[in-house]
Design a protein around this ligand. Structure first.
Ligand code: NAP
Ligand code: G4F
Length: 328
């Protein structure tokens, strides 16, 4: 039985990946941070909490990373841990660089000392491309437009440096936006389905959005974690773009979600709040994942329409059972 260690177990992707690896027969270890509240809601929601060995570690702390790697004795390590919210990275650029950028370097350095034969997956991001025009693939230049994007570029290059210099089996998955019913409430897709459900149940009347004309290449997180695993099963390590190849605007997402909720015109519900606009944003992100489709045999299984429908159906149930307001 193989051991897998997931940094960032408690996040959206960590949860789907843990579930995927358990079904493949892995012994799954995952890290969580010390917080003042419980952080295992997602694992509990999909019923895998008891099946994982949980290790307390923070990727801004080298000692805890070393202990986690020594304890798990991993065959495969997935680094999904990050300050992953682009909007916050403008307000907390130093923390974002420390966690999202240097955090990756700390893990790489620990692998070099403690698990040089482990295979490593780095969660790179389409945010690294910034506003480079057209469909982006593995050869497209990086022109990041946020502190988060800059930190991910650092982590991406550092991962490739460790691969070359120390022969670590390291892969970067350059993933475009992927969403799900387990998406964090501050990201725009989940914010829309969660808040619309609250409006539907009369828990609030309105909510605010920022740039509704921005377009993203939105896939389903459950499909994307399979690609992470496939990368580590190849003969040689390499980097791959993972994307659906279509982009849709925030406005389109909102319109479709409102329809699935069986609600009227969203214009009566949404206010545009200029404070939610970012100092720099990316107007359109769309990827070309031909290399992954050809070499990994991967392709997305969930359409944009079904993704929105699943998120709406989830949040209609979820909101019915909850009372806490969203705070951003
Ligand atoms: P997420 O839901 O925000 O999860 C991030 C995870 O990182 C959480 O488990 C979080 O723990 C953990 N974390 C944050 N700071 C940490 C620290 N200092 N030490 C240890 N762990 C820390 O993000 P996601 O959507 O699952 O994304 C997974 C990864 O893929 C991230 O690296 C993200 O940047 C990258 N990515 C995501 C997308 C996307 O569209 N989802 C696209 C491209 C790349 P808490 O639960 O305690 O906060
Ligand atoms: O949902 P978002 O916050 O995702 P964003 O910035 O694209 O980042 C996500 O995808 C990246 C991959 O490209 C990941 F690396 C990253 O970790 C994260 O998962 O915003 C999407 C778009 C942006 O243009 C934003 O300005 O939606 C726009 N938007 C409009 N109103 C809003 C809102 N975004 C948020 N979060 N909240 C709003 O009210």
């Amino acid at each position: 039985m193989k051991n897998a260690l997931i940094f960032g177990l408690t996040g959206q992707d960590g949860t789907y990946l843990a579930d995927f690896l358990l079904k493949k027969g892995y012994n799954v270890f995952g890290t969580f941070r010390r917080t003042s509240h419980r952080c295992f809601e997602r694992l509990e929601e999909i019923g895998i909490f008891d099946d994982i060995t949980k290790i307390k570690a923070d990727i801004s702390d080298q000692t805890s990373i070393n202990s986690a790697i020594r304890q798990a004795k991993p065959d495969e390590i997935y680094n999904l841990a990050a300050q992953s919210f682009v909007g916050v990275s403008f307000q907390q650029p130093i923390l974002t660089s420390d966690v999202t950028g240097l955090g990756t370097l700390r893990i790489l350095d620990s692998i070099r000392d403690n698990a040089p034969d482990a295979k490593f997956y780095q969660a790179s991001s389409s945010e690294m491309f910034g506003d480079f025009p057209g469909k982006k693939d593995e050869k497209t230049c990086f022109r990041p437009r946020s502190p988060y994007g800059v930190a991910k570029v650092f982590a991406h290059h550092m991962t490739n440096h460790y691969k070359e210099a120390y022969k670590i089996f390291a892969c970067c998955g350059i993933l475009f936006n992927h969403e799900s019913p387990l998406r964090g409430l501050e990201f725009v897709t989940r914010k829309i389905t969660y808040e619309l459900a609250r409006v539907k149940y009369k828990k609030q009347k309105k909510f605010s959005l920022g740039n509704i004309y921005a377009k993203r290449d939105w896939g389903f997180a459950g499909d994307y974690v399979e690609a992470m695993w496939l990368m580590l099963q190849q003969k040689n390590p390499d980097d791959y773009v993972i994307a659906t190849g279509e982009s849709h605007s925030v406005e389109e997402f909102l319109t479709l979600a409102t329809e699935f909720m069986g609600m009227g015109d969203w214009k009566n519900i949404i206010e545009i709040d200029k404070t939610l606009l970012r100092p720099t944003d990316i107007e359109n992100l769309v990827g070309n994942s031909s290399k992954a489709r050809k070499e990994l045999g991967w392709k997305p299984k969930t359409s944009f329409k079904n993704l929105v429908k699943e998120m709406v159906e989830h949040d209609l149930e979820y909101v019915k059972l909850r009372t806490d307001p969203l705070s951003e």
